[in-house]
Each structure stands twice: as C-alpha cells, then as structure tokens.
Design a protein around this ligand. Structure first.
Ligand code: NAP
Length: 259
C-alpha cells in the first residue's frame, strides 16, 4: 500500500469474526478502528497490540443513532478520511424459538441491531465517502464498504427466523448501496459467512460439528474468522471493484447445490 495510511472501521471487532477482520486488515496496511458496544476497551487494544496489531478503539453500538454519528465525527476529526467500512457487528436471538412462537421483542431487537444498524451505518458513511470523493482533496481516494451477512440470508432456520430475515435484509442493503454508489466509484460488497466457530455458535457447537461431519459443507470443517477475513481483504484490496455488489461466500462450499 502507498504512503497514505488508509482508515478502516470494523464494527463488532471485540471478538470472533470482526476481530479476525481487524487483524487481517491491519496486516494488509490499513489503520484499523476497532469497535464494539463497550464505551472504552483498553484491554482489547492491549490484546491487539500483543499480536503486533495497533488499533484505535471507539465504543459504537450500531443500533444507536447517536453512537453512529459520534463515530463518524470522531473519525473525521482524528483522521480526516474513511477508506473502508466493514459492517460486521450482529447478534443472534437470545433464545432460539420456532417461528410459530417468535416474540415481537426478539424480532424488533434483531431488526434494530442487525438490519437498521447496518443500513444506517451504510447511509451515514456512504454520505461521508461521497463528500470526500466530491471534494477531491484526497489523492487516489477509493473508499469501499463490505457488509457481513450470513448463509442465513437465503437458508431457512425456522428456530431463528428473525435472524434470517435480518440477514436477508443486509443482502438487499448491499445491492441498494452498490447500485446507488456506483456513480461515485464506491464499490459495496457482501461477505456471507457459513458456519464459523465463534462465541455466536459456541452454544450449538456440537450440533454443527455433527452436521459438518455428515457433509453439510463440502469442506468438512468449521469456518474460522480468518476465512471470512480473507474474503473481506480481497474485497477491500481493490481488485474486485468492477464486481461491485458481488457476494463472497465464505462458507466451505455450503452454497453449492448438490445431488
Ligand atoms: P460474536 O462472536 O458474537 O461477536 C459479535 C460482535 O458484534 C462482538 O464484537 C460484539 O461486541 C459486537 N456487537 C454485538 N452487538 C453490537 C451492537 N449493537 N453494536 C456494535 N457491536 C455489537 O459474533 P460472530 O460470530 O463473530 O459474528 C460476527 C458477524 O458475522 C455477525 O454479523 C454474525 O451475524 C455474522 N455471522 C456469523 C456466523 C457464525 O457462524 N459465527 C455465520 C454467519 C454470519 P460486544 O458484545 O463486545 O459489544
């Protein structure tokens, strides 16, 4: 990467996939702003540093309009630019419940965090990127957005329908922004993880281990955060720009239909 330090914001990077993405992007040459819901997280910054990764941290609950605005303002003041937004933060239902029993509370929580959070993060940072593109003051400024959805965007899991719907919404969100931002030269991509071993899947690890052993994914192992991070890195690097709106399936081949 050139002399200019490019700035990447990765939401939900305190652990799991987001952390893997932050580490990878840092190795790729980005200066990474890690973020999660805690207001401050010195321990996290230290643990990144122990792995040779220097990050800044900002508390950012993606479902909070105030937090979103504050994050943008903070980045604008500190760096004067944003080159990459990775919308990774997301939650699963607190309790898995059959769609015949889904509570409005859980439905609203998932839409509020996963879908509304992603959409308005895209909107806010897209406007900032457009502003910077139009200002024309940053040489070789080519910002990008990557949204992390899930195989649940198109796979039915009737015990967590609200999660599936929120992820399907993120897929459309990616298409919409890829379309709208194309005229400004701002590509938007979707990375669709499969079954990845993180805190989110820890509670159902045995169930997934069995499914994987039985061949639910052609590549018979759990995905790792670094598998997803490699796809984000590819999308962030610039080589895929003409393929804006493309989905990268980080899923061990789960999406392949088989007879
Ligand atoms: P995870 O281990 O549970 O980590 C979730 C991350 O999101 C944490 O850093 C968490 O931070 C943050 N977060 C939660 N609520 C937030 C909010 N309101 N605002 C900002 N940050 C928030 O999950 P993961 O498995 O790494 O998943 C990351 C993303 O990949 C999610 O969007 C998930 O849906 C998606 N995904 C995961 C899998 C999988 O198999 N694991 C598969 C497909 C897609 P704090 O709690 O510290 O604030």
């Amino acid at each position: 990467m050139a002399d200019v330090q490019k700035i990447a914001l990765v939401t939900g990077s305190s652990r799991g996939i987001g952390r893997g993405i932050a580490e990878r992007l840092s190795r790729d040459g980005f200066h990474v702003v890690a973020s999660a819901t805690a207001r401050e997280n010195e321990a996290l910054v230290r643990s990144f540093a122990e792995q040779g990764v220097a990050v800044d941290y900002i508390g950012l609950d993606i479902s909070s309009e105030g937090d979103r605005a504050h994050a943008l303002e903070w980045i604008r003041e500190k760096y004067g630019r944003i080159d990459l937004l990775v919308n990774n933060a997301g939650v699963a239902p607190t309790v898995r419940a059959d769609i015949l029993e889904t509570s409005r509370e859980s439905f609203r929580r998932l839409m509020h965090i996963n879908l509304e959070g992603c959409f308005f993060m895209c909107q806010l940072f897209a406007n900032e990127m457009v502003r910077l593109v139009q200002a024309g003051t940053l040489p070789d400024y080519r910002p990008r957005i990557v949204n992390i959805s899930s195989i649940s965007a198109y796979t039915s899991s009737t015990s967590r329908g609200e999660y599936c719907i929120s992820k399907a919404g993120i897929s459309m969100c990616t298409k919409l922004f890829a379309d709208r931002l194309a005229e400004y030269g701002i590509p938007v991509f979707e990375v669709r993880p499969g079954i990845i071993l993180t805190d989110m899947t820890a509670g159902v690890r045995e169930k997934y281990e069995k499914l994987i052993a039985e061949g639910v994914t052609p590549i018979r192992r759990f995905g790792r955060p670094e598998d997803v991070a490699a796809c984000v890195s590819a999308a962030a690097g610039g080589d895929l720009d003409f393929a804006t709106g493309q989905v990268l399936n980080a899923d061990g081949g789960f999406h392949l239909r088989r007879l």
